[in-house]
Write a protein that binds this ligand. Sequence first.
Ligand SMILES: *Cc1c(COP(=O)(O)O)cnc(C)c1O
Length: 457
Amino acid sequence: MENRNNLLRELPKVDDVIRLLADETDEIPKAVVKHTVQKQIERWRNGVIQGQFNQVSHQQVLEDIRRQLKKDSAYHLKPVINGTGVILHTNLGRAKISPQGAQHIIEVATGYSNLEYNLETGGRDSRYAHVEQLLKLLTRSEASLVVNNNAGAALLLLDTLTKGKEVIVSRGELVEIGASFRIPAIMELSGCTMVEVGTSNKTHVSDYTDHINEHTGALLKVHTSNYRITGFTQEVTLQQLCQIGKSYNVPVIYDLGSGLLMDMGDYGISGDPTVAQSVPYADIVCFSGDKLLGGPQAGIILGCKEIIEKMKKNPLLRALRIDKLTLAALEYTLSQYLQPQKAVKSIPTLNMMTATVQELEDKRSALQNLLCLREGVHWDNVDTNSQMGGGSMPDVSLPSLGFSVSVDGCSPNKLEELFRLNTPPIIARITKNSVVLDMRTIDYSELSIIADFLNSL
Ligand SMILES: *Cc1c(COP(=O)(O)O)cnc(C)c1O
């Protein structure tokens, strides 16, 4: 007890520390400095009271405060290097936008724009017009609408078309995307009644037709983007479902999930239906902007003009409306698809998806050429498997190349933490007790940062 009181007396005073650090914290807002100093001293005080320290030095406390101040005065949202090999890593922001795409965002963001202004007539126009023509060209859709994200798209669709009505959906397609998006929940929210038909593994045409009645508002098909049902299975295809819809005069809604705009079969990647394959059948299709499309967070809705016009009049649209920076990024991304060969290079998601093993080998060699590792730091070339991520193409695994790093006397967990706490953070995976980075999701521009970090270990 006596010792504890002595230690508490050793702790510096808030005002003294603020004065002491005044010069070096000149650029940091006073409120931030005060908050950080208070919090850190409080942390030390609690540590002493709980008996965590049996020694306290001013120097230690000051070092701690300096480190925390650096963190607290930097941006909270910041770039990281993705070494996980997961291309659309949801926690790391899904799709990235190329510097050329970002240039268009900068132009739109830093000035005024014709967001809702018609330059020909000098009158008001719709923000949705900016990508309508592009979407028409790329998908042959009759009409389109873009909103905040695909969850919003699904909500707007159901709310507009099926409020107070029944919506028939297969039990095999009641998808959950992360814990926050579940098909049954979004249906409940939109005020329709979900009518589940079939079983988890098998759904037949008659399961739908048996349940159609005068209350039916729509038939819903959901692409099982993040899982596959295999084995003893049967699915009613989109074409079959649309046939039913036509016969009974009920609209068919297709939540396509990831929104693959280009057939990637030439690159050995298949499994997901493309948007253009779905648009001719379904009355309405929706998908995400930041999954396989490789654009910004958005929800894209395509389909018959009559339904789209109805959605444009729904007041809910205002709450889900797309922002101008997103529109700029989306227009850039979509425009790349007009020349598919170019898109594969200029859209980072597609570029990473289609990178050959030889290209990855070259990138890894370029990194190795920058290395000058200290003794006790070990590097190994390893074969890895990259994933699409973002709940897309769960059964596609891309053969890839990477490297593993170990440091004598340092556990893999500790080493992974060192990577993560670097500036900028480097996100690695721990596989078979070693820290592994996959070259596929690492950009050339990031190699020198990684090399500097490894050389400093
Ligand atoms: C990803 C996904 C969603 C949600 O899309 P967000 O753009 O993340 O809101 C909805 N439905 C399906 C089938 C999906 O794959």
